[in-house]
Design a protein around this ligand. Structure first.
Ligand code: GLA
Length: 395
């Protein structure tokens, strides 16, 4: 009887412990279970970002329909940092008089707030980085109520350059990201960890092991079709590295910043949705045209991006300058973009065979919000210059 009691106590303790550990192990997946959505200050405001601008962005997300569409994170990029106080605590500069009050304000709108730093002594814009104050900074972020950290390599490369071998330099970088990840976890506050090191050294292979919920796969995007297309169509063969809790990040959106036309911005948004990319708007949300808002908040495009299965897409076929990119969705259907990379309109084609569908398939045009019915073997269509026809295809 005594032995039995001991055994049952032992079993009980084992169950409690395994539950505790399994829920800890699952924490990163619960964070960023789908690609993060929100806004980031950099693409439009760069070093002009300030408290008022962040509040205005939060107001706009809450009132424009973006929050309802799924945009959640209001992320402050570089240039918020001040100096360190006598105890080494990071302070804000005069553009951000009270970060805690700002976080409270963003939270009061039902949104979350993100911030930016890096593992080097200086950030990319030359402001104070986290080296060697990682734990202290993580605690400060948590005390302010921060929910998301973009951690940008920048000046950390000086340590890597001084390493005695390339492998050693690589290890230093991994250690630096792991250090901040552990510091964030130790705060007990769920904080999404966004790695920014421009896709160097196959970050998709080790990003999850240093606690990354997402990692930039490229250098910086710009608000023009060529740069956006180079990045977006350059994301070949990365699909297998993405999934719930850990995403490839081809950089923030430029939709609405003015350097591309509507067809090009629909290409940008469609490609990012097929790539299961984070959707961080990068425009001035207080001055959006109806077309910009419609592109950013298209319910069906966002549903593709946020599909719970989290299968990143890839290129399915290419014919000259037209390319079909697609991903499978949780309900067994496909999201496919027929992209025209030509400077003039062109015919594109989707062959159902390429999706493993024999014979007939049901086709829905997402941007046109139009059912095309049951089609035989393929769908041929005119695609605008630099444009896309985005489809949902079901057997
Ligand atoms: C790097 C990043 C950008 C931005 C700037 C800020 O260039 O890649 O996304 O954060 O730094 O200085």
């Amino acid at each position: 009887m005594k032995t039995l009691t001991r055994i049952s106590i032992f079993v009980l303790v084992a169950i409690v412990l395994s539950l505790a550990f399994s829920s800890r192990a699952q924490a990163p997946a619960a964070l960023a279970a789908t690609p993060p959505m929100g806004w980031n200050s950099w693409n439009h405001f760069a070093d002009k970002v300030d408290d008022a601008g962040v509040r205005a962005a939060a107001d706009a997300i809450a009132s424009s329909g973006m929050k309802a569409a799924g945009y959640t994170y209001v992320n402050i990029d570089d240039t918020w940092e001040g100096t360190r106080d006598a105890s080494g605590n990071i302070t804000t500069n005069k553009k951000f008089p009270d970060m805690k009050a700002l976080a409270d304000y963003v939270h009061s709108k039902g949104l979350k707030i993100g911030i930016y730093s890096g593992p080097g002594p200086k950030t990319c814009a030359g402001y104070e980085g986290s080296y060697p104050h990682e734990e202290q900074d993580a605690k400060t972020y948590a005390a302010w109520g921060i929910d998301y950290l973009k951690y940008d390599l920048c000046s950390f490369t000086r340590f890597m350059d001084r390493a005695h071998s390339a492998d050693h330099g690589h290890q230093l970088m991994l250690d630096a990201y792991t250090k901040m990840h552990n510091a964030l976890v130790a705060t007990g506050r769920p904080i999404v960890f966004s790695l920014c090191q421009y896709g160097w050294q196959d970050v998709w292979k080790w990003g999850p092991s240093v606690g990354g919920n997402l990692w930039r796969t490229t250098g910086d995007i710009e608000d023009n079709y060529d740069r956006m297309a180079t990045i977006g169509f350059g994301q070949l063969a990365l699909a297998k590295y993405a999934g719930p809790g850990h995403w490839n990040d081809p950089d923030m959106l430029e939709v609405g910043n003015g350097g591309m036309n509507g067809d090009e911005y629909r290409t940008h948004m469609s490609l990012w949705a097929i790539l299961a990319a984070p959707l961080l708007a990068g425009n001035d949300l207080s001055k959006m045209t109806p077309e910009t808002l419609a592109i950013l908040t298209n319910h069906d495009v966002i549903a593709i991006d946020q599909d719970p299965a989290g299968h990143q897409g890839d290129r399915i076929s290419a014919l000259g300058m037209t390319e079909d990119w697609g991903r499978t969705l949780a309900d067994g259907s496909w999201a496919v973009g027929i992209f025209n990379r030509n400077d003039a309109p062109a015919e594109g084609v989707l062959r159902f065979d390429d999706l493993g569908i024999k014979g007939r398939a049901h086709v829905h045009d997402v941007w046109a919000a139009k059912d095309l019915g049951e089609l035989e073997r393929e769908y041929r269509t005119q695609v605008p210059a630099h444009g896309v026809v985005l489809l949902i295809v079901k057997k």
